[in-house]
Design a binder for this molecule. Structure first.
Ligand code: COA
Length: 355
C-alpha cells in the first residue's frame, strides 16, 4: 500500500508505460516514432485533441513578481511556481493556452533577470521550442538545436500517473481551475525524487572526464554507498525507452565523434557493468535523466535550467490530464486506515500546561 505502488487510479488515453517491456506510448504513438519527428505543438494537439493556439503573454504582475524574486535569488523552480500562480484564463481552454504559452516566457525572463538582463519578448514567427531558446539568449537558434529541444520536450511530455500528473488530476477533480492544478503539480515536480537528476548526472560525467578513469571513479562511488545518477527506475526494469530516443538526439546534435558523447557512452557501459556486479538481480538500467543531461547540454542550456525545462514540457501533459479528468469527472478521494489510539479522555494526563 505504501506509495500506492501498483494501484490503478484511472483510465487514460494519454500515455502507457510498460516497465517490463521498456515501452512508452504517447497518444497511440511509440515514443521513438513520435518524439524525433513531431513539433511540440503537434504533440500538444494530439494530447489535447485540438490544435494548439498560442495564449496571452503574462501580465505586468507576473513580471513584477519575477523581478522581486530575482533580487532575492529565488531558485528558478520556486520562481516558476510563484509566477504560474499569477496566470489565469476565463475558462479551461483559455487557461490551458495561457499556461503552456507562459511557461517558457517565465523561465527565460527569470533566467535573464537573474543575470542582470532585460527579458526578451516572444517572437510570433517562431515556434514554441525556438522561442524558448530565443528568449533566453536573444539569438534565433539553428534548426539542429530546435530539433534537439523538441525531441526532448516530446519525450518527457507525459508518463503515466507520475506524482506531478496525479497531483494535477486530484486538484482538477475537485472542480478547481487549471492554474491551481498546474501550480500544485509544479510543487510535486520540483521534489528531488521526481524531477531532479539530470544535473547531477552531467556533473558525474564531467567529474570522470576520461573514460579510462570511469571504472575507478564509479567503483569508489558504489562502494561508498552513493547512487549513480541516471541509472535505476521505479517502473522500468529494462532500459528506459526514453534514454534511447534522447541518446540518438544527443548524437545528432553533438555530432558523430563528439568527445562528450563518446565519454557518456563509455561511462554508461562501465556503469551498467558495475551495477550488475555490485547489485546483481536489481535490474538497474540507464534512465531518461542520463541522456536528458547530454541533450539539454547540447542544446546549450545550463544545469539550473534542466528541471524548469522539464516543466515547460510536462505542463502540456498535466493539462491534457486535467481535460481528461473533466470529461468524466469523479472526485479523487481515497481512504486511509486509522492506526492511532482511540478513546482517550481529555484532559490528557500527559498534557502539560502551556506557560
Ligand atoms: C530512481 C530510483 C530512486 C528508483 O529507486 P527504487 O525503485 O526505490 O529502487 P531501490 O531504492 O529499491 O533500489 C534497489 C537497489 O538498487 C540500488 N540502486 C538503485 N539505484 C541505484 C543507482 N542509481 N546506483 C547505485 N545503486 C542503486 C539500491 O541501493 C538498492 O540496493 P540494495 O537492494 O542493495 O539496498 C533509484 O534508482 C535512484 O536513486 N537512481 C538514481 C537517481 C536517478 O537517476 N533518478 C532519476 C530517475 S528517472
Amino acid at each position: 500500500m505504501s506509495g500506492l505502488e501498483g494501484v490503478v487510479a484511472a483510465e487514460t488515453k494519454l500515455s502507457m508505460v510498460d516497465g517490463e517491456r521498456g515501452e512508452l506510448i504517447i497518444a497511440g504513438y511509440p515514443v521513438e516514432e513520435l518524439a524525433p519527428q513531431a513539433t511540440f505543438e503537434e504533440t500538444i494537439a494530439l494530447l489535447w485533441e485540438r490544435p494548439f493556439e498560442r495564449g496571452q503573454d503574462p501580465s505586468a504582475m507576473t513580471y513584477d513578481l519575477l523581478e522581486t524574486a530575482a533580487r532575492q535569488r529565488v531558485d528558478p523552480m520556486d520562481a516558476l511556481r510563484m509566477a504560474a500562480a499569477t496566470l489565469s484564463g476565463k475558462d479551461d481552454d483559455e487557461a490551458a493556452r495561457n499556461l503552456v504559452t507562459a511557461f517558457p516566457v517565465i523561465v527565460a525572463a527569470y533566467w535573464r533577470l537573474l543575470h542582470g538582463q532585460t527579458p526578451i519578448a516572444l517572437r510570433p514567427d517562431l515556434g514554441h521550442a525556438a522561442n524558448y531558446l530565443y528568449m533566453l539568449s536573444g539569438d534565433v537558434p539553428d534548426e539542429k538545436r530546435v530539433r534537439g529541444l523538441e525531441t526532448y520536450l516530446n519525450t518527457v511530455v507525459d508518463h503515466g500517473f507520475n506524482a506531478s500528473t496525479f497531483t494535477a488530476r486530484v486538484i482538477a477533480s475537485t472542480a478547481s481551475d487549471f492554474v491551481s492544478a498546474v501550480t500544485g503539480a509544479i510543487g510535486a515536480l520540483k521534489g528531488p525524487l521526481h524531477g531532479g537528476a539530470p544535473g547531477p548526472a552531467l556533473d558525474m560525467v564531467f567529474e570522470i572526464g576520461d573514460v579510462a578513469r570511469a571504472e575507478a571513479v564509479l567503483r569508489r562511488k558504489i562502494e561508498a554507498g552513493e547512487r549513480l545518477m541516471g541509472f535505476g527506475h521505479r517502473v522500468y526494469k529494462v532500459r528506459d525507452p526514453r534514454a534511447d530516443v534522447l541518446a540518438a538526439a544527443a548524437e545528432t546534435m553533438l555530432g558523430r565523434g563528439n568527445a562528450l558523447y563518446d565519454l557518456a557512452r563509455g561511462v554508461e557501459a562501465v556503469a551498467l557493468r558495475l551495477l550488475e556486479e555490485y547489485k546483481p538481480g536489481r535490474r538497474l538500467q540507464t534512465n531518461v535523466e542520463f541522456y536528458t543531461a547530454l541533450v539539454l547540454h547540447g542544446v546549450g542550456l545550463e544545469v539550473p535550467l534542466f528541471t524548469p525545462t522539464f516543466a515547460i514540457s510536462r505542463v502540456a501533459g498535466w493539462i491534457a490530464h486535467c481535460f481528461e479528468q473533466r470529461r468524466a469527472n469523479r472526485l479523487i478521494r481515497p481512504q486511509s486506515v486509522y492506526v492511532g489510539p482511540r478513546g482517550l479522555r481529555w484532559p490528557s494526563p500527559a498534557a502539560q500546561p502551556v506557560t
